[in-house]
Design a protein around this ligand. Structure first.
Ligand code: ARG
Length: 606
């Protein structure tokens, strides 16, 4: 089925065409004066210029043709040539019935593309900060939107696991425990030592140790250039295959990944691939040799660079640095090699990267480089979504109360506690259920608070506002869904109406057309529901979860308006009550689909 506005437009286009005008002029949009009409068409204005006729005349001709068209309840011509339209209640009701029966609520099927979504991007052994939170939340939603739009997605966390932080930790451990077998100068060469029982089977350090070591080593390297150089050397040795360092690295990975998986699970963020920078090490030597051979990579002050600037650049685009003068590879190097790996293993049609917008230049360079050296097929779509910063109430990057950098887990704990405080006073829940509910609603508060903002913009993280049950918030959306669930449960109890969703939905046909006539709550709700598929397509095209959030809020509002003006449970005419029940069921279905696209779910009660 077509989008609602497309179907409506095709009626108006038909009228334009019959009258001898270009049919595209019949495009219908949502009215920007909802107090006057539901939809509007401005085509007569453009037609006037093209056909040298007064717009009012053209509009009147079109209106005349549309008289008696059952799609419209009202067609009005307004100076200087607008067509104000109200859609017929029966038509929108039937559209929603079709939508309820269609797969994926009427979202059109497409030729599936294979899309890699690169998000999360945690750095191993460094604490996860709120900065990584946005990439995870937004990326998860984007992956779900792209899948729902009909494509095959592969989500890859692309761990930062091959950089200086590893060298810093290794170097610090070496200073503290020079006697460890990994640091024995003979260890790397001596094959017979491997598996001889000298290597510790379990990691010699814990997550807490790493959390202490990394910041300390990082601080030391800032003030002590010897220390820094040694850490850099350790990084390079690790990358070149030093066996002892690889063994330590392996242990750092194990300890950190267990923790990372737990954190992402708690956020309901998941990945198909847990690959990282280290996984593409094997490609690097050949890749670089090839780039030199083909004349793309050039020496510059001992380092290796690829020029990606063009004559038409309006700003300076620095060259890609693919090998440092000390021989170590860089972020750019592993990102290039990752493209080779992805092309070989997955052969995607498109790749979407989601990171902090401070990496905008990195991706500009990366994409230019990929295309310049012909690493991907020309039709491959490459997108980078640079996300804004999460600020505190003071407008500065989010901090803890005592001014430190907020760790992700502390933030989540704070929200859950706030949610718990809001939930318990009016509930008969057990402590356990209240805690679990607080977790589910807290996650919605966090995710919705983020996703309701345009990804590229900075926003203020306001815990009080985000956890409120009123306004444009996650808890308000969940509260609406819970309300629907509870009415549906009561209805079902009242007359054994439970039944299959499909049957319930078919009751929508009982919705009285008079009642759903012009601008009642029921009609507004139907119109909001009918906009679902176009919204999904727009959210996909623009890679914009905030579109889903805005729609969800609009739909929740429309539902609550209907709810307040309608006596549902006490409605004595059976068919009427059933029709309402159907309206509840489809609203719930659409709202639940929306929050699933945003990456959270609703509790049974709250
Ligand atoms: N680890 C990086 C960071 O913390 C993000 C990785 C993003 N993905 C990529 N393919 N570069 O900044």
């Amino acid at each position: 089925m077509n989008h609602f506005l497309e179907e409506i437009s095709s009626e108006v286009r038909g009228a334009f065409a019959v009258l001898g005008y270009r049919s595209e002029l019949g495009k219908v949009t949502v009215s920007n004066r909802l107090d006057l009409c539901e939809l509007q068409c401005n085509g007569a204005m453009a037609a006037a210029r093209e056909y040298q006729k007064p717009p009012l005349t053209i509009a009147a001709e079109v209106a005349e043709r549309l008289q008696g068209n059952s799609v419209f309840a009202a067609v009005e011509v307004v100076a200087p040539g607008f067509l104000n339209l109200d859609v017929s209640a029966r038509y929108v009701r039937d559209y929603v019935i079709r939508m309820g029966a269609a797969t994926k609520l009427g979202v059109k099927s497409v030729k599936p593309q294979k899309v890699i979504v690169d998000y999360g991007g945690a750095n191993v052994a460094k604490p996860l900060h709120v900065g990584h939170l946005r990439s995870a939340i937004i990326g998860e939603s984007i992956r779900r939107i792209i899948s729902y739009a009909g494509h095959d997605t592969v989500g890859d966390i692309h761990l930062g696991d091959w950089g200086l932080q590893m060298g810093l930790i290794i170097h610090e451990l070496k200073q503290r425990h020079p006697q460890w077998v990994y640091f024995d100068p003979l260890y790397p060469q001596s094959q017979d030592k491997a598996g001889s029982g000298e290597e510790p089977q379990e990691a010699l350090f814990t997550l807490a140790d790493l959390a202490e070591i990394y910041p300390l080593a990082s601080e030391k390297s800032k003030n002590d250039s010897d220390y820094r150089e040694q850490a850099q050397a350790a990084t390079h040795e690790l990358q070149s295959g030093h066996r002892g360092y690889r063994a330590i690295w392996q242990q750092i990975m194990e300890v950190s990944l267990t923790d990372l998986r737990r954190v992402y699970d708690g956020l309901d963020v998941s990945f198909d691939l847990w690959k990282g920078e280290s996984d593409v090490q094997e490609y690097i030597a050949d890749m670089i040799a090839g780039l030199i051979n083909d004349g793309f990579a050039k020496e510059s002050d001992g380092a290796l660079i690829i020029d990606v600037s063009t004559a038409t650049d309006s700003k300076e685009i620095p060259p890609c640095l693919i090998r440092k003068s000390d021989g170590a590879s860089l972020y750019m190097t592993t990102d290039l090699a990752t493209v080779l790996d992805r092309v070989k293993e997955i052969n995607p049609d498109a790749m979407v990267y989601i990171t902090d917008k401070r990496q905008n230049m990195h991706f500009e360079q990366l994409f230019r480089c990929i295309r310049k050296v012909g690493m991907v097929k020309p039709e491959m779509e490459l997108t980078h979504l640079g996300i804004g910063t999460m600020n505190g109430n003071d407008g500065k990057p989010f901090k803890t109360r005592d001014g430190g950098v907020m760790r992700l887990e502390e933030l989540v704990a704070e929200i859950n506690e706030k949610m718990y405080q809001r939930i318990i006073p009016n509930q008969t829940m057990s402590e356990e259920e209240a805690r679990e509910t607080a977790r589910v609603v807290g996650l919605a508060a966090l995710k919705y608070g983020d996703l309701s903002n345009q990804a590229g913009k900075d926003y203020v993280f306001d815990i009080d506002r985000f956890t409120s049950f009123e306004g444009d918030t996650g808890p308000y959306i969940l509260y609406t869904i819970v309300r629907i669930k509870s009415i549906m449960a009561k209805c079902a109890l009242a007359d054994g109406e439970a039944g299959e969703e499909r049957i319930i939905l078919s009751y929508l046909r009982y919705l009285d057309e008079e009642e759903a006539a012009v601008r009642t709550g029921a009609k507004t709700l139907l119109l909001a529901l009918a906009g679902f598929s176009a919204m999904v397509e727009a959210a996909y095209q623009e890679i914009a979860p905030h579109r889903v959030a805005a729609y969800t809020y609009q739909l929740a509002n429309a539902f609550n308006m209907f709810y307040h003006e309608t006596k549902i449970l006490t409605e004595s005419v059976n068919e009427k009550r059933r029709a309402y029940l159907a309206l509840l069921a489809i609203t719930k279905m659409v709202l639940e689909t929306c929050i699933d696209l945003l990456g959270f779910s609703a509790p049974e009660r709250m």
